[in-house]
Design a protein around this ligand. Structure first.
Ligand code: FAD
Ligand code: MLT
Ligand code: ZN
Length: 449
């Protein structure tokens, strides 16, 4: 790192907010698949510092990567080369929660779990939830329009963001903060930044509409004989507005993970050729009997939690899948949207008779989002196979009217398939918007677009 540049950053953020040693955790993604070679991480503590950093970088044509919790699964939060990493983790002040409007105002660097802990005193919670809740930050969630485990009931993150503060690549601070539920004053600029994966600017603050913590909830774990039965249960329970989550897991991964729970009471002796569903219902008062009756039409193998600890354990079986796959090797991870009744068909198209490397499918059946994970022992083997798999998989997804990314985003992983997904005209329009905000191309280069 050029000493003049380092000196300029020291003037802006001070030496205590510059890291130049042990940068591995910042340069490497959660799956150890993407590794950059940044020489410097800046940890600004105020919006003005973010603005001064970006202004300097823009004037000197220095490329930057915004980073929050670095839990992203598409290589979006790590540099490709030696880009400057701007970590938002020190912008972690929660400003206020307004009980009349249920609107939270916070800096963008707060961990999702911490936001929920803060909201507990008001009996409110964040409207989205995901397995990375202990590490991911508000700004990272907004920049990826994160999906997660409650979308069936609450819908997508983007509907709950009422306002944002964003720093543009030229250093200008765009005040899009807003504490009104209703604001009908023209083009909704903040929407451009939600899900744009740090390619247009850096989100520094947000107003979020929060939701009340429900009085009651119940978790069910079901064993089913076929994937068609999974869909039948889905059809039956989806109409019910108390349905919070409907998550599907293949027996082959739960069976493989059984050794992780020696001594713990598993809901079933998992079998490789069975299909498992986790259903959570929640509300101010819930009707457990009516749900149980609906499910019993399709299976008698139903476990219902008796305590909060049991509920957490049932969820753990679902949430640990991502981590357990990572422990097996290098994982090709997909998060496509496709009609739920096509999930099994899709996997069979990629691996007829389910032969080939170890692979599983699981995910958010309730909102038409399947995760397909394929494990390779060596990273080179993964890279040898990925083009072949993706051309087929994304081609099928497109022909079924689906999306190549339901929730993780595009990052560096799926960039070359953007034209297939969007078409030339839409992609060109997105590129024009990028050029408007970031004419010098300094913001998260070679990601998404
Ligand atoms: P990062 O990974 O640091 O960044 C993500 C992207 O946003 C990058 O492109 C980065 O450059 C950009 N960015 C970060 N902060 C800012 C900012 N302040 N301003 C502008 N751009 C910024 N995702 C889901 O959608 N649903 C899930 O259910 C889900 N489950 C997960 C479970 C596990 C165990 C793990 C490891 C990941 C999971 N993810 C899931 C993926 C990931 O957690 C989400 O994408 C999350 O929203 C990323 O947040 P982060 O703070 O880690 O952001
Ligand atoms: C999940 O649903 O568990 C997350 O999106 C992570 C993953 O895809 O494994
Ligand atoms: Zn997911």
């Amino acid at each position: 790192m050029n000493s003049k540049i380092k000196l300029a950053f020291e003037k802006i953020v001070g030496t205590s907010n510059i890291i130049t040693n042990d940068l591995n955790p910042f340069n490497t993604d959660w799956m150890n698949k993407y590794v950059g070679s940044s020489q410097i991480v800046l940890t600004p503590q105020t919006t003005v510092q973010v603005s001064q950093i970006l202004k300097f970088c823009n004037e000197n044509l220095l490329k930057v990567v915004p980073q929050s919790g670095n839990t992203g699964l598409v290589g979006g939060s790590v540099p490709i080369n030696d880009e400057i990493i701007i970590s938002l983790k020190k912008m972690n002040k929660i400003q206020e929660f307004d009980l009349n409007s249920a609107i939270l105002t916070s800096e963008s660097g707060v961990i999702l779990d911490n936001l929920n802990n803060y909201l507990l005193q008001y009996k409110y919670q964040m409207p989205w939830d995901l397995g990375a809740r202990g590490s991911c930050l508000l700004g990272g969630n907004i920049s990826t329009n994160a999906g997660g485990l409650n979308v069936v009931k609450h819908g997508l993150l983007r509907n709950y963001i009422l306002g944002l503060e964003v720093v543009l690549p030229n250093g200008k601070i765009l005040n899009l903060l807003n504490k009104n539920r209703k604001d009908n004053t023209g083009t909704d600029l903040k929407q451009l930044f939600i899900g744009s994966e740090g390619t247009l600017g850096i989100i520094t603050k947000a107003n979020v509409l929060c939701i009340p913590i429900p009085n009651e909830k119940k978790v069910f774990f079901l064993e089913l004989k076929s994937f068609q039965d999974v869909i039948k249960v889905l059809q039956k329970v989806k109409r019910n507005e108390q349905l919070l989550a409907f998550e599907f897991m293949e027996g082959r991964i739960l069976y493989k993970n059984m050794h992780r729970h020696n001594g713990n009471q598993l809901p079933f002796q998992f079998q490789e050729d069975r299909y498992y569903v986790l259903i959570e219902i929640s509300g101010q008062s819930i009707n457990v009997d009516s749900f149980s009756m609906d499910m019993m039409e399709f299976t008698q193998e139903i476990i219902m939690n008796q305590s909060e600890k049991e509920a957490q354990f049932l969820w753990k079986l679902r949430e640990e899948i991502a981590e357990s796959m990572g422990k097996m090797g290098y994982v090709l991870k997909y998060d496509v949207s496709i009609p739920p009744d096509k999930f099994e068909w899709l996997v069979n198209q990629i691996y007829p008779k389910r032969e080939g490397p170890f692979h599983v499918y699981y995910g958010h059946v309730g909102d038409g989002n399947v995760h397909i994970n394929i494990v390779f022992e060596q990273l080179e083997d993964l890279h040898k196979e990925e083009d072949k798999i993706e051309q087929k998989l994304f081609g099928l997804v497109k022909s079924e009217g689906g999306s190549i990314s339901a929730e993780h985003g595009i990052g560096q992983h799926k960039r070359k398939y953007m034209e297939l997904q969007k078409g030339k005209d839409v992609l060109e329009c997105m590129n024009e918007i990028k050029r408007l905000f970031d004419p010098n191309g300094i913001m998260n280069p070679n990601k998404l677009l």
